[in-house]
Design a protein around this ligand. Structure first.
Ligand SMILES: [Zn+2]
Length: 358
């Protein structure tokens, strides 16, 4: 009992100590710009209403999947009754309530491709077709089309053209789950097409934990040297966080590439997640990342228990309270990152990079 009381006293003292800490942003705080574009927003579906979305039985039964549906603001029953378009409707409606974020890039997700170039459903966990995402973006002007094309599809170049014609603003990859080797010389025509169509490549780098299987080495930023050398604008997602490659930390490796390639950017999505401690600070203070950071949320992760202002030791009690009581997930994310020192230009960069300034 004595021990228990001592433990409670220690925890209370620690809690009080943390609550009274002053704000310690990682950089001087700057104003929040108007009309922010979130460059990294996911959508998924279960295939309801003929959406073409697909989830492997393994993923559908994974504990993560129920959390994802909940964080999208839908339930499986609702989707079965109303179709997967409901996910697009709910995202657009929630976004319309945001005070700070005007538009999001909604990301399709291509799957693994087999030797014949067809979707390999044995090795794909989540498939979100371009047609489905393009349709959501056509129905909601605050959603921008982020297409996904596995470059090993035989008709990959035609798919890029289709995406561009349907308003795509970038191409999204997660190499560790799509089994893509970004440094494969066979992909050179694909990269040349990206340059020709003026489509940036948003490529996941660093550890991937949202899926139940991932080939870790394919998130190595060094593998992006090939598209970078061909002039592709590359946005390496998540500053290659939580991973080491050949004994080198992911962000250090990415920083090295930044010095070599002015066409390389990195997004700050997911860096305030509780499982990525220290990474937002690193993004904001590493000199090589200055002027290269791009705002993104990794929605719906900002709407899960992975994100909370209460986890941060750098926000005041008042800031935590103000953020926590903010109902809109995008506004909570903007306020958190702003209070931690994310500069104006980082919030404004997606709109500039994607030609969305008006
Ligand atoms: Zn993501």
């Amino acid at each position: 009992m004595k021990r228990f009381k001592a433990l409670v006293a220690i925890l209370l003292t620690l809690g009080l100590f943390c609550a009274l800490l002053p704000a310690r942003p990682f950089r001087p705080v700057e104003p929040i710009p108007a009309d922010i574009v979130d460059m990294h927003c996911h959508i998924a579906g279960i295939g309801a209403g003929g959406s073409g979305c697909w989830v492997s039985p393994r993923m559908a039964n994974n504990w993560r999947f129920g959390i994802y549906l909940h964080s999208f603001g839908v339930s499986r029953q609702e989707l079965l009754a109303q179709g997967d378009n409901l996910v697009g409707d709910r995202i657009a409606a929630s976004l319309a309530q945001s005070k700070y974020v005007r538009k999001v890039v909604l990301l399709a997700l291509d799957g693994v491709v087999d030797g014949q170039g067809n979707l390999d459903t044995n090795r794909t966990e989540v498939y979100v077709p371009n047609e489905f995402v393009a349709a959501q973006c056509a129905r909601h002007p605050n959603l921008l089309f982020g297409a996904s094309v596995n470059p090993y599809r035989p008709d990959a170049l035609a798919r890029l053209v289709w995406a561009k014609q349907h308003g795509a603003v970038l191409i999204k990859w997660i190499p560790p789950v799509m089994d893509i080797q970004p440094d494969d010389p066979k992909l050179i025509p694909f990269y040349q097409k990206l340059v020709e169509l003026n489509l940036p490549l948003l490529s996941h780098t660093g550890e991937e934990k949202s899926f139940s299987r991932a080939a870790a080495g394919l998130g190595n930023p060094e593998k992006l040297r090939l598209p970078l050398s061909l002039g592709v604008t590359v946005i390496a997602a998540h500053i290659a966080s939580s991973a080491r490659y050949d004994g080198e930390r992911g962000p250090d490796r990415l920083a090295r590439l930044m010095r070599e390639y002015p066409n390389l950017y990195t997004d700050i999505s997911a860096l305030t997640n509780v499982n990525k401690p220290g990474y937002l600070q690193e993004a904001l203070t590493k000199p090589a990342f200055a002027g290269r950071l791009v705002y993104g949320t990794d929605f719906p992760l900002i709407n899960t228990a992975l994100e909370s202002p209460w986890y941060s030791l750098h926000l005041t009690l008042r800031q935590k309270w103000e953020i926590w009581r903010t109902p809109n997930p995008w506004d909570r994310d903007v306020l958190t990152k702003h209070d931690l020192g994310v500069p104006t230009e980082t919030f404004a960069r997606p709109a500039h990079l994607l030609g969305q300034t008006s």
